[in-house]
Write a protein that binds this ligand. Structure first.
Ligand SMILES: [Zn+2]
Length: 172
């Protein structure tokens, strides 16, 4: 599980070899993601398979982890399990990108090696909500301001009209 994953890769070469990269990636290695989580010393499980469909190089991957996000309501730890799958088609132009199947995102490749770490990181960041929150009402109860009995009891039980009625009667 602690196989070291390469970072910079040539996706075409890997596709040609039908390589499989499986291992763990430390969150701390992913700078942008590290900024968003409360705990960076845990691992992300990664499994990436390279292959070809016709001439097209394809990359399909799975990412699993449990992140510790900060709940945007209560600012406490929010355990956020992720279990993602992605599929990328390696392309070198927008035209090629348009030819990809719908379930396949384009990965622009111009010959320079691609960072597998960044690729994984992008997939994770895309999956995260803008405002992560606990799925329940996690805000500390704003206790009703005064623990003492709230004494604005509207005990004006005497109906002024009944008083008038009385006066009328006695005024005979
Ligand atoms: Zn919360």
């Amino acid at each position: 599980m602690s196989d070291k994953l390469p970072d910079l890769i040539d996706p075409l070469l890997f596709a040609e070899r039908r390589s499989i990269l499986a291992g763990a990636l430390n969150i701390a290695a992913l700078e942008r993601l590290s900024d968003m989580v409360l705990k960076t010393d845990s691992e992300i499980e990664v499994n990436v398979q390279f292959g070809k469909q016709g001439k097209r190089a394809l990359i399909s991957g799975k990412i699993k982890a449990t992140l510790e996000l900060e709940c945007q309501s209560c600012l406490q730890v929010l355990a956020w399990p992720i279990d993602l799958s992605f599929k990328l088609g390696v392309v070198s132009s927008l035209q090629e990108a348009e030819q990809l199947e719908i379930d396949c995102e384009p990965l622009m490749f111009n010959g320079e090696k691609v960072s597998l770490n960044e690729l994984i990181e992008d997939e994770i960041l895309l999956s995260l909500p803008d405002y992560p929150k606990h799925g329940y009402d996690c805000m500390p109860q704003l206790s009703s301001k005064d623990p003492d009995f709230d004494d604005n009891s509207q005990t004006e039980t005497n109906n002024p009209f009944s008083v008038l009625a009385k006066l009328k009667k006695t005024g005979e």
